[in-house]
Design a protein around this ligand. Structure first.
Ligand code: ARG
Length: 464
């Protein structure tokens, strides 16, 4: 905690007294920005090495700085580093400790840079790692879905619109629909990752620096594709965080849709799927219960993730160039969203890998609700040459008849059908089964097992 009477050791030259305790509380970010310590050290090592190459500091000083920073890194890793709130943030905590360890050369590290470009660099490096981890997590989820699709390519189930039975589809087709969604997420993260990979380091406070620094050198050392081209933009840009949160929100939305289906499907009313015990919980009062808690929590995570997006958009809205302290509010949003999304992806991957489709329930549900009515109408058009509108009308009358009798379409007799339209012949029964229905849907991207297997092969190739 700060001593009220002493000003900040790092910037207190013009201050007669230290900050009020409340000022310290609102100002300090160390409690959360300690998460970017590793990136801060990497940035500082790259910066000081460049300063030495450019003869701005001596080689000996750069060596000492690097050694000191590596000691700090191990202190952080083994948990012995002492964080101080009075030193505000991770940048000053590390620099101050560096001074304790190596003395005078520590004071040369901050030549030609500012905390403004430093924090932008550190946070970008941290976020870049999350982009990579999420891209990886999405690939794993896609693989799990593809395995489900492959094993269940022939299983028929009801396809829904308005959550009303519409037409039969295959389990494989349904799984592969999510593969498409998560593939778009993956490509959104990849696109944004390529766009964000410019180094802010050396933009200094906002205007660049008079020291002969080499921004290309530090950009290269830190794995950036180039230094950012405008120093004002470099220190005030948080698009990389906004795009991360935006891609995360869309991805979390997809996860929540799938999670919702799993919640519905695992209910006693549907019984489409059995979730493994590993991803379910019991009730403390109702012994019979097995609850899909993982799915429900995944469904819920979209709330805080999208909340983070909206939160940071509101922080950034209306900020003038260049850096403003408002931007310190960027990190917690991204940390929380990233943690939440990583956890949701891992939980979904685990659930998908372990879940078992209930073939009997899926098949019996597939043929309920007159799901092959469209096949019947299509047959009337194709084989009997009827206009589709007339075929639609006749099929409607047959559905009404079956409903009245309390049976399914294939249970109507030919006689009963011919009462509705005398042209109907015995061939009709070839088109009322759900297996025929799905096998016939051979249009590109359709539900036929053959089409689904084609997509499975394509995605396996992409992911291998
Ligand atoms: N802790 C600050 C942040 O996260 C670091 C940058 C502070 N810069 C400054 N000029 N006060 O944004």
């Amino acid at each position: 905690m700060s001593d009220k009477n002493s000003s900040n050791a790092m910037w207190g030259g013009r201050f007669a007294s230290g900050p009020d305790a409340i000022m310290e509380s609102i100002n300090a970010s160390i409690d959360f920005d300690k998460r970017i310590a590793v990136q801060d050290i990497a940035g500082s090592i790259a910066h000081s090495a460049m300063l030495a190459k450019q003869n701005i500091i001596t080689e000996t000083d750069a060596e000492a700085i690097k050694e000191g920073l590596l000691i700090i890194l191990s202190e952080i890793e083994n948990g012995t580093f002492e964080y101080s709130k009075a030193l505000e943030d991770i940048h000053m905590n590390i620099e101050s400790r560096l001074k304790e360890i190596i003395g005078e050369p520590a004071g040369r590290l901050h030549t030609g840079r500012s905390r403004n470009d430093q924090v932008a660099t550190d946070f970008k490096l941290w976020t870049r790692d999350q982009y990579d981890a999420i891209i990886e997590g999405l690939s794993e989820l896609m693989k799990a879905l593809i395995n489900q699709a492959d094993e269940g390519a022939e299983i028929v189930m009801p396809g829904f619109t308005h959550l009303q039975v519409a037409q039969p589809v295959t389990w494989g087709h349904h799984m592969m629909a999510y593969v498409e969604m998560f593939a778009r997420d993956r490509s959104r993260f990849s696109d944004a990752r390529a766009r964000m990979n410019e180094s802010p380091l050396g933009a200094a406070a906002l205007a660049g620096t008079g020291f002969p620094i080499d921004r290309h050198d530090t950009a290269h050392a830190l794995g950036f594709s180039a230094p950012s081209a405008n120093s004002l933009d470099a220190v005030s840009d948080r698009d990389f965080a906004l795009e991360f949160l935006s891609a995360s929100s869309i991805c979390a939305t997809h996860l929540s849709r799938f999670a919702e289906e799993l919640v519905i499907w695992s209910s006693a009313q549907f019984k489409f799927v059995t979730l493994s015990d590993k991803f379910s919980t019991g009730s403390s009062i109702m012994p019979q219960k097995k609850n899909p808690d993982a799915a429900e929590l995944i469904r819920a995570k979209v709330g805080r993730i999208t909340g983070s997006l909206v939160g940071l958009l509101m922080v950034m809205k209306g900020l003038p160039l260049a850096y403003s302290k408002d931007m310190q509010e960027d990190k917690e949003q991204v940390f929380d969203a990233s943690d939440s999304l990583m956890l949701a992806l891992a939980a979904m991957t685990g659930m998908v890998s372990d879940m078992k489709p209930n073939i009997a329930s899926l098949e019996s549900a597939a043929s309920s609700g007159f799901s092959t009515a469209t096949d019947l109408a299509d047959w009337l058009v194709r084989d009997l040459g009827m206009p589709f509108r007339e075929a639609h009308h006749i099929t409607g009358a047959l559905v009404a008849k079956a409903e009245e009798k309390g049976c399914d379409l294939p249970d109507l007799s030919l006689k009963e059908m011919q009462k509705v339209n005398e042209k109907i012949n015995v061939d009709v029964f070839n088109f009322l089964g759900v297996q025929n229905s799905v096998a016939s849907r051979q249009s590109y991207g359709g539900t036929a097992p053959k089409q689904v297997r084609m997509q499975i092969a394509r995605w396996r190739e992409v992911l291998s």
